[in-house]
Design a protein around this ligand. Sequence first.
Ligand code: ZN
Length: 113
Amino acid sequence: MHELTLAREIVAIVQMAAQNQSIHHIRRVRVELGAFGHVEEKALQFAFTAAVNGTLAAGSLLEISRLPGQAWCYDCNKTVALSTRLAPCPLCGGEKLDVIGGNELRVVDMEVE
Ligand SMILES: [Zn+2]
């Protein structure tokens, strides 16, 4: 299951960060998720709850914010926002686009005690 792999990655990242900083417990983890990431938020939440068991992040909250998709439009010569991966350019309607953002999963920060 895709989300479980992601959840384990998130937990591994925050766990390592916490150990480096001698933090004992993580209360909240904030992640950013790209719009094209094919990740179901509910499934990720569920997987996270399981993945934190027995770690420094046990019982912590996962906060997910969605990042818009981004593409480079060759006709407009600039970066534009995309709602879906196959959408045309919102400015000129063109389709000469290079998707440059929207697949990321990033741990932004965490709240600790
Ligand atoms: Zn354009």
